[in-house]
Design a protein around this ligand. Structure first.
Ligand SMILES: [Mg+2]
Length: 159
């Protein structure tokens, strides 16, 4: 719908009122629910390296996700998990105090359905397997690839 309204006769200025209808097509009702679930996800980032936390935060925030907290070690991660009850945790493996696998085990005790994704270096295959056995949903490899990170979290969130 388009409506014209003259607002200034001297300068011939018109107010143009336009209504635009945007159609977004979803395949099914389940697609909509999945999309809402993914976009509403609250994320807790756990890594002892500040730079790594910043890289992940940038990836998540620039894709519309909410980062609710960041932890620098496993103990802090467990503490912040209890407070924020995030929908997803990215968990570094090698950290001081409590490592990522111990923190994962503690988080799984608090919430068996917790979605935890491990962040690993290339050489940590054995530890990643340990983490998967302990309930990690998936893993992302450092250095992080933006598309791969988003693909992985969307994938686990929509399961
Ligand atoms: Mg580390």
């Amino acid at each position: 719908m388009v409506e014209f309204q003259r607002i200034d006769t001297k300068q011939s200025r018109w107010l143009l009122d336009v209504t635009i209808t945007v159609f977004i097509e979803f395949k099914t009702e389940a697609d909509i629910e999945r999309m809402i679930k993914i976009m509403k996800a609250k994320i807790l980032i756990v890594d002892d390296t500040k730079f790594m936390r910043e890289v992940l935060r940038d990836i998540f925030v620039s894709n519309g996700y909410e980062v609710v907290a960041e932890a620098g070690d496993g103990e802090e991660a467990v503490h912040l998990f209890k407070i924020h009850k995030p929908n997803l945790v990215t968990m570094d493996i090698t950290m001081p105090e409590m490592n990522g696998i111990s923190a994962l085990i503690e988080i799984k005790k608090i919430d068996p359905d917790a979605i935890v994704i491990m962040c690993s270096a290339m050489a940590q295959k054995g530890l990643v397997l340990d983490a998967i056995m302990a309930g990690a949903k998936d893993f992302i490899v450092k250095p992080f690839n933006k598309d791969r990170v988003i693909e992985t979290i969307n994938n686990v969130l929509s399961r």
